[in-house]
Ligand binder design. Sequence first.
Ligand code: ZN
Length: 381
Amino acid sequence: MANSRSGGTAQFTTLKVRLYPTPEQAELFQKTFGCCRYIWNRMLADQQRFYAETGTFFIPTPAKYKAEAPFLREVDNQALIQEHNRLNQAFRVFFRNPERFGHPRFKRRKDDRDSFTACNHVFTSGPTIYTTRDGIRMTKAGVVRARFHRRPQAWWKLKRITVHRTRTGSYDCYILYECPARTPEPVPPAPESTVGLKYSMEHFYVTDRGKSPDPPHWLKQSQEKLARLQKTLSRMQPGSKNYQEAVQKYRRLHQHISNQRRDFIHKESRRIANAWDAVCVREDDMNRLNQLAARGNVLDSGFGAFRECLRYKLARQGKQLIAVDRFVPSSRTCSACGYVTPEELSARRWTCPRCGAALSREANAAKNIKARGLQQYFSTQ
Ligand SMILES: [Zn+2]
């Protein structure tokens, strides 16, 4: 699981990983959660006392409490410092907007979640927190075994970790990374490294070389199943037990199809973005595609999502997605001689009456889209 947000020039990403601590490490985590709550409550109590006595705002640092509470030394000092920072932050937002944020309150074991946060510090000897192949190295706990669903990129900077105990007793770790934005070198399109794509109802797309992705049979099959289920539903008595079950089944299948489609779109767009330096598509009328999709048998408006995926996957590599004006008659133009036939073409193949070229309707259109795209690109450079 990951999410990204941008702030200024820096971008942050969080990776969530499952931790598998040893019994000793789990015990240390429990101690750390307890110490964090303890230090928060002590600092808050002292702040309130200072405020009542002197009318000034002051929060003592965790170091102050270590002599009287030596158990605080057993846990990661960074986690205690985080509590200090958080308490300061809680007061800052409270002073700014008391109604909205409320006064910081004491933490109680039963209604505050078990968690602690520690920042990474990079010394000349190395960072205090880092990930290994199958674990995370923390300051006091050492290497805690972890399972990663997604790997951090080499250039990401580990900022901090939050260890959290779930209600079921397992441990999760949220790792916050700073991901410096990397501006890729622009890749100029060349005819031999550019591909033209024509949207196709039957094949999803056809390239200027007549290639199309593996027809996603599974998607079609699932959609047929969905249509059948829909028909069954419409004949059933709403509210009955069978009806409820069928609705559940319908929802699950619907979810399954949208997962399949997303996978397909991501895989295909990645493949194309890696293989080509520029991609030309037609700025299709999405309304028209949606109308077609509503009538069924079209891969939904998946092509719009596909184009968006393609756009950012190319952009990350400094490459171009070139959108060709949708009023260009790409299907009716002969890609060999430029002759534009006045007829609407529905046949798969046609022969150019002027030059005699035998043309495959969709590949011919893709060829025109590519030529037009390159022309468009170079005329604006
Ligand atoms: Zn021709």
